[in-house]
Write a protein that binds this ligand. Sequence first.
Ligand SMILES: *Cc1c(COP(=O)(O)O)cnc(C)c1O
Length: 409
Amino acid sequence: MIKDYNVTQIRADFPLLQEKVRGKNLIYLDNAATTQKPLSVINAVSDYYLKYNANVHRGVHYLSAKGTQMFEDTRKFVKNFINASDVSEIIFTRGTTESINLVASSFCEAFVGKGDEIIISEMEHHSNIVPFQLAGQRHGAVIKVLPFDEDGELMIDDRLEDLITEKTKLISVCHVSNSLGTINDIKKIINIAHKHNVSVLIDGAQAISHLKVDVRELDCDFYCFSGHKIYAPMGSGILYGKKSLLEKMPPYQGGGEMIKEVRFSGTTFNDLPYKFEAGTPSVADVAGLKAALEYVEHIGYENIEYYESQLTNYALEKLKTISGIRIIGNAKRRAGVISFLIDGYHPLDIGTLLDLFGVAIRTGHHCAQPVMEHYSIVGTCRLSIAMYNTFDEIDMFVESLCQAIKMLR
Ligand SMILES: *Cc1c(COP(=O)(O)O)cnc(C)c1O
């Protein structure tokens, strides 16, 4: 185990992990859907409403100035956290879905015309499919799909360059798959894309709580994530975009804050990043986001990555001993998302029985129906780990799973 990694102490910071469900200790293994929040995050949100609630940016008074300061400090913090070059490249959104919709809408408006092509992958979350289908329809663009192989690895070497033509404008892929756990070689995808002058959006929703992200080292054109998947409040999210691209893109939504001057004869737009931040943002949630990122930084990505990979390998090894189990997704590099099926039993039945033991996992298609179609299955059981899960919890999960299977027999 890693020196200084004290999972007991980490768990103590998360109030909900102390709760009982159905009279049992909660074993929360649904972190890919959302993560629990440490007390520092909950306090940051309540402090905002208790001590400095006011609207940001427009006020001259004390509270508004304080709120604005926190808001802009968070932007700077995020900039450093993902190593962006400039604060103007950090846009606050409500989450990954809104970030992707923003890019799909504004990037396509600026750069995509009839017959142009956008490449996504076969393992995308619906959030990284549907916005491009909608934008594609509006602009007459074609959506092409980079497939994955039976292990759940994207066929980058074999297929990507064949898919790219001079009509290709954008590639949008996930950093980590939320259904297969695959960590994609996005660096390779970005390098290939840039060789052909194609921009790249990375959906980092499933990566940000597990892996250190450096947008400048990756050289991605866009990167986005949801706060709630990295211990921050729902309603907070980030879109990173290269300034040179964001400057050429039209606003996504119209409203307050995104304008310079409004006349009935025409409106001029605000500078980056405000051009993309129409209306009152979710300020308290942004306060929570800062606290969450500080928390992660305090624990340290190297520690998190190391601990979580041990835990994931342990879970995989234990699961493989269960007869009739089929693990869906066997990528060489993987995060702590494990999809599986038990031969002869419906995932929903397994999930429902596990819940009786206080074990929270997810069943279904995980908003990735094309992945299910690839394997000709309706859904999977999925456990997904976070830095606060323990080896004991994995033991209890596997024990409960075996019990559940016995009950179904
Ligand atoms: C959760 C998730 C999304 C959607 O995030 P929201 O927070 O629901 O907007 C998109 N992509 C992936 C890979 C996800 O895991």
